[in-house]
Design a protein around this ligand. Structure first.
Ligand code: D9A
Length: 414
């Protein structure tokens, strides 16, 4: 749908969209003047767009650390993703990456577009890294070391079992959760969260990405990349790529729903993690991606479009989430609403229906037991009724115009 169509259908997206635009413009003006920090912040905006705005509102010292952490991870990802690098070249780079961040002279050219610029001018990132406080540096170094080693391990291994899937997601995303918890603790703004909860924060986001990006990853040139575990897809098809063919549509959707049911395991840990946060800007930074994730899962569930093209949340809904996520009441509200939406989509004939419903009910119970549900402004339900009244108003306006037109052109027979 074009953006005009989307706005006509959701007129109450306009205000949060405008607010987001203004915030983006304001953030652009705030880019630091020193060359290395200027490079890091403009790169952050280029590679992450809306997420960069949420980083922007963190306390300045923590914000610098998170910005560098984000770019170091992106650089490591760029090396892992570049299929044109031979394995025997790539593996030693991944393993030694945590040392390169201390070396202003290190560089390795790879990746494309903005990622190529990031790699070519990595000295700006290391220069900025060297200005961070020691406790921030140690957290970033430790996570980079463990992630590089984990990525190297999975270069040759395929994701076979659900345990492999959880292990791979731990290296590429769970460790990000652990690292961020360490940065929050280093800033003295938060207590140190338990590792297993930090890990779940990453797994919930990463599994959602892996589900949503099925088609993009399978169609990757020169070689498709596969992250869906064989233990799950082999129940439905004999080759992972068979899911994209029309004749397997029923099996594909069942497999998709199985993957979503697996991802939902992490939702409750995520709620527990978020409920322990105290600093409002850190809270928003953590909560916004989580709400986007459960919203994306709700959109993908039972949706064959995942195998045909991209299923993404519309920009207006993203803007609304960024605008309205302020407290734990908003998070419980969103998790509750998206669980309702998921529940309404579960089909009794789906092989995992009972399991899926059980998980959704557990999430809803946690939300209800918080006692915060009635304090929320529910954007999903409210926007629906607004949508209906907007359509009604538009309908009467059109009716009035048509009526006026007809009466003006009526042959005058008096
Ligand atoms: C995150 Cl420093 C990520 N990843 C995300 C973004 O959120 C997490 C990468 C680097 C960092 C942080 C994130 C945010 C807040 C708390 C977290 C956390 O843990 C406590 O990480 C677990 O997706 C990437 C991984 C999932 C691999 C970790 C959110 C983000 N959103 C994108 C939207 C999209 O569709 O990718 O990057 C964006 O806004 O551009």
């Amino acid at each position: 749908m074009g953006s005009l169509g989307a706005i006509l259908k959701h007129p109450d997206d306009i205000y949060p969209l405008l607010k987001l635009k203004m915030a983006a413009r304001h953030a652009e003006k705030q880019i630091p003047v020193e060359a290395h920090w200027g490079f890091c912040y403009s790169m952050l905006h280029k590679v992450s767009r809306s997420f960069a705005l949420v980083i922007q509102q963190l306390d300045p010292e923590l914000r610098n650390a998170v910005c560098i952490f984000y770019l170091v991870l992106r650089a490591l990802d760029t090396v892992e993703d570049d299929t044109s690098i031979a394995t025997d070249v790539k593996v030693p780079i991944l393993i030694a990456f945590h040392r390169y961040i201390y070396d202003r002279d290190w560089h390795f050219s790879c990746g494309t577009k903005e990622y190529k610029v990031l790699m070519d001018e990595f000295h700006h990132v290391s220069t900025a890294f060297l200005e961070l406080g020691r406790s921030y540096q140690e957290a970033i170094e430790d996570i980079t070391k463990r992630m590089g080693a984990g990525m190297a391990k999975f270069i040759c291994n395929e994701v076979e079992t659900i345990d492999d899937y959880d292990e791979y997601c731990h290296y590429v995303a769970g460790l990000v959760g652990l690292g961020l918890s360490k940065l929050f603790y280093a800033s003295k703004l938060e207590d140190l969260a338990p590792d297993s909860l930090s890990n779940s924060m990453g797994l919930f986001l990463q599994k959602t990405n892996i589900i949503r990006d099925y088609l993009e990853d399978i169609n990757e040139i020169p070689k498709s990349r596969m992250f869906w575990p064989r233990e799950i897809w082999s129940k439905y098809v004999s080759k992972l790529e068979d899911l994209k063919y029309e004749e397997n549509s029923d099996k594909a959707v069942q497999c998709l729903n199985d993957m979503i049911t697996n991802a939902l395991i992490h939702a409750q840990d995520c709620l527990t993690y978020m409920s322990a946060l105290r600093e409002p800007s850190i809270f928003r930074f953590c909560a916004i991606p989580q709400i986007m994730a459960i919203g994306t899962l709700a959109m993908c569930y039972d949706n064959i479009q995942v195998f045909r093209g991209v299923v993404k949340m519309r920009r207006g809904l993203t803007a609304k989430i960024i605008d309205r996520t302020k407290s734990m009441a908003d998070v419980y509200g969103a998790f509750f609403d998206f669980s309702c939406m998921l529940k309404s989509k579960v089909n009794k004939n789906d092989p995992n229906a009972t399991k899926t419903l059980k998980k959704l009910e557990a999430i809803q119970k946690t939300c209800r037991d918080s006692g915060l549900l009635n304090k929320r402004k529910s954007y999903i339900i409210r926007s629906d009724s607004r949508f209906n009244s907007a359509v009604l108003v538009a309908f009467f306006i059109i009716l009035a115009i048509v009526f006026a037109y007809l009466s003006a052109n009526r042959p005058k027979n008096y």
